[in-house]
Design a protein around this ligand. Structure first.
Ligand SMILES: [Zn+2]
Ligand SMILES: [Zn+2]
Length: 88
């Protein structure tokens, strides 16, 4: 794969590439691969619109998508924006 994948979505949450690879191995590259809910896996590409506050991996709880600098509350979290925590 040439395009850079930041993370994967399956089973209702984001997962980092390391955890997704550990879980699915070569099956990650197979578009027919499904999670245990029967949904296909969703790659998150670097140009996709991601939550500016970042998203944690549902497996290892590290960042699946790193948070980026942004105006507080301008992200998908709105009033729950983590920038308010960063600022303290
Ligand atoms: Zn992980
Ligand atoms: Zn935010």
């Amino acid at each position: 794969m040439d395009s850079k994948i930041l993370a994967w979505t399956y089973e209702g949450s984001f997962h980092c590439v390391a955890c997704a690879t550990a879980r699915f191995g070569d099956a990650l590259d197979d578009p027919q691969t499904t999670d245990k809910e029967g949904n296909t896996l969703g790659p998150v590409f670097e140009w996709d619109e991601v939550n500016l506050c970042g998203d944690t991996c549902g497996t290892c709880l590290n960042w699946a998508v790193e948070p980026q600098e942004h105006e507080p509350a301008s992200c998908l979290f709105g009033a729950d924006c983590r920038q308010f925590e960063f600022a303290q």
